[in-house]
Design a protein around this ligand. Structure first.
Ligand code: SF4
Length: 228
């Protein structure tokens, strides 16, 4: 029988929280802004995505009904900082159309849909992958869904809690299968992982200053040991 990793995962989170403090995600004023931000941050840094969100806001376009009927070229012009802007403009417009048509542009109506069903409906939108959808589910709809990204896979495979090359689903199961569904915990845990990945567990990891390198004698990063 597999050993539950609940304690290890919680100790790792506690160490990250102690080192970095609460991350207070998602940095948005409304659920719809979070949804648009989740699309814009695909494959780019949050700094770039935030510039594109600000442009939409300054132009008065951060509005689902306006975006649903906008010309994609007009959206694209505003979101240039997020790169892949033509593709993202189409995704934003398509999402805005679904949001208006199926949920009347009401975040509460969207959040009222059962998590599994909502996930399937959002995954059906062209260009929407699991990371984008799960980000919307967790940060905009407050569903207890663990968001996985490249940092999560890198850190936890280096740590030895995931095999190298673990899939999105396999990585998500590590957390979902060992932690109680908890929106607040999942929210900040993912944010802590991003912080660690950006600052410390980089492509060339800075293990000597990593807050989870060795939590106690029985819980230490296997990757760090190899790098000694
Ligand atoms: S100890 Fe090194 S390899 Fe392990 S998680 Fe920290 S930075 Fe990454």
């Amino acid at each position: 029988m597999p050993v539950p990793l609940t304690d290890d995962l919680l100790l790792i989170y506690d160490a990250l929280l102690a080192a970095f403090g609460h991350q207070h995600w998602w940095p948005a004023k409304t659920p719809f802004e979070t949804m648009v931000g989740a699309i814009l941050t695909q494959n780019v840094s949050w700094t770039n995505a935030a510039r594109a969100v600000a442009n939409l806001e300054d132009a008065g376009m951060l509005d689902p009904r306006l975006l649903a009927s906008a010309d994609t070229a007009d959206i694209a012009r505003l979101i240039v900082p997020s790169r892949y802007y033509n593709q993202k403009a189409e995704r934003i417009r398509e999402f805005a159309r679904v949001y208006v048509a199926e949920f009347d542009a009401d975040p509460a109506a969207m959040a009222a849909v059962e998590a599994g069903e909502l996930r399937e409906r959002l995954l059906a939108i062209r260009g929407f992958g699991k990371e984008t959808v799960d980000t919307i589910l967790l940060y905009a709809c407050e569903k207890p869904i663990f968001v996985v990204d490249a940092y999560t896979r890198r850190i936890f495979s280096r740590y030895g809690l995931l095999p190298e090359g673990a899939s999105y689903d396999q990585t998500q199961r590590l957390f979902a299968g060992n932690l109680e569904p908890d929106v607040a915990l999942f929210n900040d845990y993912h944010a802590q992982i991003v912080r660690l990945g950006k600052t410390t567990c980089k492509r060339s990891p800075l293990c000597n200053r990593c807050p989870i390198r060795e939590i106690h004698e029985g819980l230490a990063c296997a990757g760090a040991q190899l790098l000694r």
